[in-house]
Design a protein around this ligand. Structure first.
Ligand SMILES: [Zn+2]
Length: 50
């Protein structure tokens, strides 16, 4: 058995609201570029600096 793939590699980035690291999820596959919030709660909270 040899695991040579990059199975363990997943992109990640910080949530713009809480700063928590979000790890890529399959449900974000099609819109990963535009994902900014880790959760619905953060999405509603939004940073007020604009
Ligand atoms: Zn967040």
């Amino acid at each position: 058995m040899s695991f040579r793939g990059n199975k363990s590699y997943l992109p990640s980035k910080p949530c713009v609201v809480c700063g928590r690291t979000m790890t890529w999820r399959k449900s974000w596959a099609k819109n990963w570029e535009s994902v900014k919030y880790c959760s619905e709660a953060c999405k509603r909270k939004k940073p007020r600096s604009s």
